[in-house]
Design a protein around this ligand. Sequence first.
Ligand code: ATP
Ligand code: MG
Length: 360
Amino acid sequence: MAKIILTGDRPTGRLHVGHYVGSLRRRVELQNSGEYDKIYIMIADAQALTDNADNPEKVRQNIVEVALDYLACGLDPEKSNLFIQSQIPELCELSFYYMNLVTVSRLQRNPTVKTEIKMRNFETSIPVGFFTYPISQAADITAFHATTVPVGEDQMPMIEQTKEIVHKFNTVYGETLTDPDILLPDNAACMRLPGTDGKAKMSKSLGNCIYLSEEPEEIRKKVMSMFTDPNHLKIDDPGSLEGNTVFTYLDAFCKEEHFERYLPEYPNLDELKAHYQRGGLGDVKVKKFLNHVLQEELEPIRSRRKEYQKDVGYVYDVLKKGSEAAQAAAAQTLDQVRRAMKINYFEDNALIEEQSKKYQ
Ligand code: ATP
Ligand code: MG
């Protein structure tokens, strides 16, 4: 069976380091591994409109921002198909058919959607499109017969929902769709990177982000004002790692070689953590180290982005070509789906003959 990746991001803002460790960094590694037959990376503008219906300009402006972040991180249009969701009408058609296979109560149980509804204060006025976006996400994944979906932990309920739809569809209409697997980051800190304020998740909508395109001075300021252990008041006090954002970020970003370069008195992160917990290690020293680590990781991304920013026309061209190729692939799946669902009336000669005979 072909190995196919589908994943993507909502164009609701520039991408941040949470996206990077949760999914983007992995995508680039998978792309360069050469192990995948096809890689589809989708800018989910239609999904972004489900909770930004009154602000299409925001979505429109951020398409190129997300695409620039992709290219800056090393996604290569020669190897990965970058496309825009709304340009593939087949995805809407597929969602519409899948809606018959999912119950309202099943959608209501989705924990990520529940949290997002609270965050957006939708309460009793949830847009239907937003409520049903897990179904549309199932359409995105299955339209490309994706086998692998590299995403952060918040996407787990979406992949479960997708798998249920695939099983239901294949049971009712015959083996047609491909059952996808989620690919989570292998490091717990990367599954759901907290915001710089220590709050649940770094998220474009919460304003607690370090963006991939951030300038060095901004990165430094954000790191230096990051949430740590509020009870670690004096350097000699023992510090706690639990909920300590600076250490979570080190878990996500730091490699042993960073110690040689920026903090040679410690051989590795375990030793640094042990010292912090014993007492005698100040927050400022740890933050300065994290700043070095982040600056090193983000510098090449920022400078590549600046190069691509000089030719935005090229970026749109990449998305246009990618969208055309993605549309052709989705159209093939829709042919299979229509055939399986027996709604391929005009290519079904047996049906036409049978109906004609009925009235002979
Ligand atoms: P929005 O607030 O508009 O939903 P977002 O910041 O949650 O934006 P998405 O576009 O919804 O970003 O998510 C894109 C991908 O990035 C998903 O795979 C998601 O799991 C991953 N991701 C987003 N935020 C984080 C995070 N803080 N840590 C790890 N992965 C993340
Ligand atoms: Mg999100």
